[in-house]
Design a protein around this ligand. Structure first.
Ligand code: SF4
Ligand code: SF4
Length: 390
């Protein structure tokens, strides 16, 4: 593990410049309304890693069998690195402060949260829940993090130990209960606690039991999603029979309704990553169009990642999105993010989406939305008003 740079980032007393964010959001909606292939706005949302070390070895994790992955592994980002993001933090509304690793391993995690929030950006966290002791729970609450997502993928320890080795579900459930209890004691709604379940053949039987576990732990929202195959070997290991998946989801949904917990299904095409490998390697354009799951649409589509997000991992390396980690677009240096986001690879993707012709990695992706000008205008106006009032 590398050592941290001990620097004083002078968090306190920084003036919030909401104006930057409002202007940038306006520019971002203009990019979308004008169907620009090269954006004029900086990202409204940033996805920035913090550490890529982890203490679990989940069988579906991109870390385990991620064919063609170019995202950096096993490194910490020091605080000084975040200073280089300052111009973008000023303009971003939200920052997802995690990457391919467990953020709670990072001893300076909450310094980074404080630094990011000092620019008025909201932070969301994703954790495996193993290290949430009393001190960290307190810091999570006090830092004002907006939401925390904890992947459990099981309702019983015997299943958990198979899908998220080396196991330890009961201790994680106790940690989530602690966070939930401390939130209540402090009278705060933050962070929203989301518990997620990635469907695999190894854990399908647990899915109908999951809402009970979530309710017991104090989860406020359940996210159920398919897992992406990162290699042919993983496809063989993790393919779930669709005939069995639907009844398990419906049983879980019904139970969540009885328990009064929000229940969300992200219908992600599990082949997304493998298709992105082919797309990035530049196979024939015709094959993408012919195998597109959504087909052509006269109104077109847009993608949240391509439009308003920047996936920056390692020390400033830009990737198209969290599914195409096999395509590195360049390194962020000297404030050239706008130029990088106008990269021909991204411009081409945007063009194809706007033209209603999504290539394979995008078809079936939950980040893909139908292009509806009325809706875009309405949600843009609402978002601007909410931001100004916040
Ligand atoms: S906890 Fe997250 S980063 Fe760690 S192995 Fe599991 S899925 Fe991967
Ligand atoms: S639509 Fe395409 S570019 Fe956008 S997140 Fe999905 S796979 Fe990535």
């Amino acid at each position: 593990m590398s050592e941290y740079n001990l620097i004083d980032l002078k968090f306190t007393g920084r003036k919030m410049k909401k104006w930057y964010k409002v202007w940038n959001l306006f520019l971002a909606y203009l990019d979308l309304l004008l169907r620009r292939e090269k954006p004029h706005a900086d990202p409204v949302e940033l996805s920035v890693g913090t550490t890529s070390f982890c203490n679990l070895r989940c069988i579906q994790c991109p870390r385990e069998g991620h064919e063609g992955n170019l995202m950096p592994f096993d490194e910490h980002l020091d605080l000084a690195y975040y200073q280089s993001l300052e111009p973008y933090l000023k303009r971003a509304k939200e920052v997802s402060l995690y990457g391919l690793g467990e953020p709670m391993i990072d001893k300076r995690y909450f310094d980074k949260v404080r630094y990011v929030t000092s620019f008025g950006a909201e932070v969301s966290l994703s954790s495996n829940g193993t290290l949430m002791d009393e001190r960290r729970c307190r810091e999570i609450i006090e830092s004002g993090i907006k939401s925390i997502g904890i992947s459990l993928d099981a309702a019983r320890e015997e299943t958990f130990a198979v899908v998220r080795p080396p196991g330890g579900l009961p201790a994680i459930v106790e940690n989530i209960k602690r966070l939930s209890r401390m939130k209540k004691e402090q009278g705060t709604l933050r962070p929203l606690i989301r518990l997620s379940f990635g469907i695999m053949p190894q854990n399908l039987e647990d899915l109908p039991l999951f809402p009970d576990l979530a309710a017991e732990a104090g989860g406020e929202e359940i996210i159920v999603h398919s897992v992406i195959f990162m290699s042919e070997a993983k496809r063989r290991e993790l393919t779930t029979d669709p005939q069995k998946v639907r009844p398990a989801i419906e049983a879980a949904r019904a139970r969540a309704r009885e328990l009064g917990i929000a229940f969300c299904v992200w219908d992600l095409d599990p082949f997304t990553y493998l298709k992105s490998l082919r797309y990035v390697r530049g196979e024939s354009e015709a094959s993408y169009a012919s195998s597109s799951a959504t087909g052509r649409s006269s109104h077109g589509y847009f993608c949240f990642f391509l439009w308003r997000n920047a996936m920056i991992q390692g020390h400033g390396e830009l990737f198209p999105c969290c599914y195409m980690t096999n395509k590195r677009l360049g390194r962020l240096q000297n404030g050239n993010l706008l130029e990088l986001r106008g990269h021909p690879f991204l411009a081409e993707l945007r063009r194809r989406l706007y033209e209603g012709d999504p290539p394979e990695p995008c078809a079936g992706c939950p980040q893909l939305y139908p292009y509806d000008r009325q809706n875009i205008l309405k949600s843009g106006l609402q978002e601007m008003i909410n931001l100004i009032r916040s």
